[in-house]
Design a protein around this ligand. Structure first.
Ligand SMILES: *Cc1c(COP(=O)(O)O)cnc(C)c1O
Length: 411
């Protein structure tokens, strides 16, 4: 029978080939391993603020350093930080106030009206751009509180007329232009009359325009050309475009010609790398943690978890963590991911069930119930990009699927 150990051995070359970002602290891990010193996670003896596991730690210093690195790459241009989907799973109310202090961050972008409201409630003072659909009532309420809207359809002039009437002044907007993504935005090839109508209405204050790339390297160039041509045509007619922005994380590391007036990344601010890596020095800004609830020794031939997906080929110690796919830890972590306890790394075995994950400790007897484990964090073994490549999933899913109800705090 094929054991997890065999599986790991057979996939070792595959893992070695996976590109690891440059700022990983593999040296720390190895020294901890060889000296037997407890690693940072164990020394910290952290605990959940809500009294139960798992929990999230959001590292303010890492968020601030990533903001600085993004601005450096972008040649000092302002950064519009994308905080959609609960700040990519890290928590709007945790991330918003930290990035509000970063001088490089010019403002925030979200996709849902409740996210804009939550950021306002979290006390952020920088401008917020709502890049999605808004109903008239919500739009007026948010615009009154300073949120910038992103008109994208034929109904926008009427909606903005009503919104301007309700708030008693022109509505600040960034026009969403579709250059080929065919998701949201006014199609570039019929945008000009629409822009003229919006600009001429007196109902809007056009602060900027933006577009989103398909991240198909050849087609992105065409999208950028379409965006620039439209802006030139508008300027020829005496229309001011305001600040142009297009670059999300992928373009930030791969397409400097798309930096325009402002960049608009999400993923890299949280410290993960988009597909293809890139020469950036980023640090994952969070840890998914939980404490060991059970340590047990099993015999050769014993199976672990659903389907007995793992069968021990010799006696081994195993540990159970109270965190599973319902908390956002990927089911497919069992295909080769590892978890850190006390600076040592242990393979995930058996199955990631809704609320539990099981680790193979081998002959290592240093792990005890109550020890803190890091399932995702800045170290090499549990880096979001490492987990994504070992589990064969998108790195976006590693962050975005973190449970919205995970207790957490900022360190
Ligand atoms: C999500 C999103 C971004 C940020 O994307 P990343 O790949 O996380 O940097 C930027 N712009 C729009 C319109 C988005 O939806």
């Amino acid at each position: 029978m094929r054991t997890r150990r065999n599986f790991l051995a057979s996939s070792a070359s595959l893992l070695a080939a996976a590109s690891l970002p440059s700022t990983l602290r593999r040296a720390d891990l190895e020294s901890a391993h060889t000296t037997g010193e407890p690693g940072p996670a164990a020394r910290k003896q952290a605990a959940s603020p809500a009294g139960y596991d798992p929990w999230l730690e959001v590292e303010a210093a890492a968020l601030l350093a990533n903001a600085g690195e993004v601005a450096r790459i972008a040649g000092g241009r302002p950064v519009l930080a994308v905080l959609k989907n609960n700040a990519y799973g890290l928590g709007l109310d945790r991330v918003g106030p930290v990035l509000d202090r970063a001088p490089e961050i010019a403002g925030f972008a979200v996709v849902k009206p409740d996210e804009a409201a939550a950021l306002l409630e979290a006390g952020v003072r920088k401008p917020i751009l709502l890049m999605g659909l808004v109903r008239t009532a919500d739009g007026a309420d948010l615009a009154r509180r300073g949120v910038r809207l992103a008109p994208f359809d034929d109904g926008a002039p009427a909606l903005l007329r009503e919104t301007a009437r309700r708030i008693g002044r022109p509505v600040p907007v960034h026009l969403y232009i579709d250059t080929g993504m065919n998701r949201l935005g006014m199609r570039h090839d019929r945008a000009l009359p629409w822009i003229e109508a919006l600009a001429g209405s007196g109902d809007t204050h056009i602060e900027g325009w933006f577009t989103a790339f398909t991240e198909d390297d050849d087609f992105d160039a065409e999208q950028l050309a379409r965006f620039r041509r439209l802006a030139a045509a508008a300027r020829e007619r005496g229309l001011a475009t305001g600040s142009l922005h297009a670059a999300s994380s992928h373009a930030l590391v791969h397409r400097p010609d798309a930096f325009l007036d402002m960049v608009r990344p999400g993923l890299v601010l949280y410290g993960a790398y988009p597909v293809g890596g890139g020469a950036a020095a980023l640090r994952p800004a969070f840890r998914l943690q939980a404490r060991v609830v059970r340590v047990e020794r099993i015999q050769a031939g014993d199976g672990v978890s659903y389907d007995r997906n793992y069968v021990a080929d010799r006696p081994t110690w195993i540990a159970t963590l109270p965190v599973g796919h319902a908390d956002g830890y990927p089911r497919r972590a069992v295909e080769g991911a590892a978890v850190l306890i006390g600076g040592r790394s242990y393979p995930v075995i058996g199955a990631v069930s809704a609320s539990h994950t099981i680790l193979e400790l081998g002959q290592d007897r240093s792990v005890e119930p109550g020890d803190t484990a890091t399932l995702v964090g800045p170290e090499a073994e549990v880096h979001p990009n490492t987990l994504a490549s070992r589990a064969g999933i998108s790195v976006y899913d590693v962050l975005m699927h973190l449970g919205a109800k995970l207790p957490g705090f900022v360190v």
